[in-house]
Design a protein around this ligand. Structure first.
Ligand code: PMP
Length: 358
């Protein structure tokens, strides 16, 4: 830290993204990316002209993409906000709507407390129940900005629309932000509720089901006034927060929507097969509606499994939070990747004397 940093940022503990090591080839099951490439229409969307047009700024309104997303989700362009990944929206939301503080479940996405700290938003957490299910009542009548991931991360558990509606309806004077980063893997989206609740902001991303994490594109759906608030902050921060190429690719991906829906189904099928195999090996995990499993094996500390798999060329996630020490989060890859993962897990269990081959 230099002596020039504003003192208010000195205690800030930055978010730690999942590692992206370059030292060797890994099977990457640590950052919930898609194992499949973007849609063929996305791969073909950019021509020489698009590259030459990089001399021009991107459309700060992102109008064409907003119209497409509005069509897909059954709303108007004025109900759509575009951003540089959905983290960008979370940042703006804590900045914009946190005047009375914020509340979110714990454990959940570890970026929420960082945004709260960054913007000086006092926050409290609502612990998940013992079995990791959401304390829905605890998120009702909060009196402040209420943020929840549905499905939750890192557990993968989802709640139904009724629970979400209950939370939104109980907090009419506060924004309820539903982070639907993983919604396409079996959850129930709250997008349709934006027509009935002025305080609901539904946040989605191209990073997971649409296989475009590197493009950095997120979007929010909400009442036009809420969206206008986010636009105000965006235009006061970085009007061109989504680049030209990404705007074009994002529109092509909407045209190719059946492709990502199909991919999500493949990932869900692989998730079910992986879950069954892990169960046979003595692992337990919540019922995931996301593209990852949150796994635990009696007698096998999470840090050990993480390290041993890394040595064998398979990356999974282990969290520094002591409450999660026994767990690992494993992204669902291709069938082949999960085959290798399971084979290595079996070998590690044998090494540790926790499993005997027949
Ligand atoms: N929300 C949740 C729950 C996430 O896990 C992630 C991915 N790290 C994000 C939001 C942000 O994703 P992105 O910025 O790539 O859209």
């Amino acid at each position: 830290m230099s002596r020039f940093l504003h003192e208010k940022y000195a205690p800030l503990e930055a978010y730690t993204p999942g590692e992206q090591p370059r030292d060797r080839a890994y099977i990457k099951l640590n950052t919930n990316e898609s194992p499949y490439p973007p849609a063929p229409e996305v791969l073909d969307a950019l021509g020489q002209q698009d590259l030459e047009d990089l001399r021009l700024y991107s459309d700060p309104e992102g109008k064409a993409l907003k119209e497409k997303l509005a069509w897909y989700y059954g709303c108007q362009g004025e109900n759509v906000f575009l951003s540089n990944g959905s983290d960008d929206i979370l940042n703006f939301a804590f900045m914009a709507f946190g005047a009375q503080g914020a509340v979110f479940p714990s454990p959940s996405y570890s970026f929420y407390p960082v945004f709260a700290q960054l913007h000086g938003v006092p926050y409290r957490t609502v612990p998940l129940r013992e079995d990791f299910t959401l304390d829905v009542e605890g998120l009702c009548h909060t009196g402040c900005l209420t943020v929840l991931a549905n499905p939750n991360a890192p557990t993968g558990l989802a709640v139904g629309l009724e629970a979400i509606e209950g939370i939104v309806a109980s907090n009419p004077d506060q924004v309820v932000l539903v982070d639907e980063a993983y919604i396409d893997f079996g959850g129930e989206s709250a997008a349709e509720l934006i027509h009935r609740y002025q305080n609901l902001l539904v946040v989605m991303t191209y990073s997971k089901s649409r296989s475009m994490a590197g493009a950095r594109l997120g979007f929010a759906l909400g009442d036009r006034e809420l969206i206008a608030d986010l636009e105000k902050l965006k235009f006061s921060t970085n009007p061109y927060n989504v680049n030209r190429l990404t705007l074009t690719l994002g529109a092509a991906a909407v045209d190719a929507a059946p492709y990502f829906v199909e991919n999500a189904k493949r990932i869900m099928a692989t998730r079910a097969r992986t879950a069954a195999a892990l169960q046979m090996l003595g692992f337990t995990f919540p019922d995931s509606k996301a593209n990852f499993l949150f796994i635990r094996r009696e007698g096998l500390p999470g840090a050990l499994l993480y390290r041993k798999l890394k040595d064998r060329g398979v990356l999974i996630r282990h969290f520094s939070d002591p409450a999660l020490a026994d767990y690992n989060r494993v992204t669902i890859g291709t069938e082949e990747e999960m085959g290798v993962f399971l084979q290595e897990v079996r070998a590690i269990l044998e090494e540790e004397g926790l499993y005997e081959t027949g």
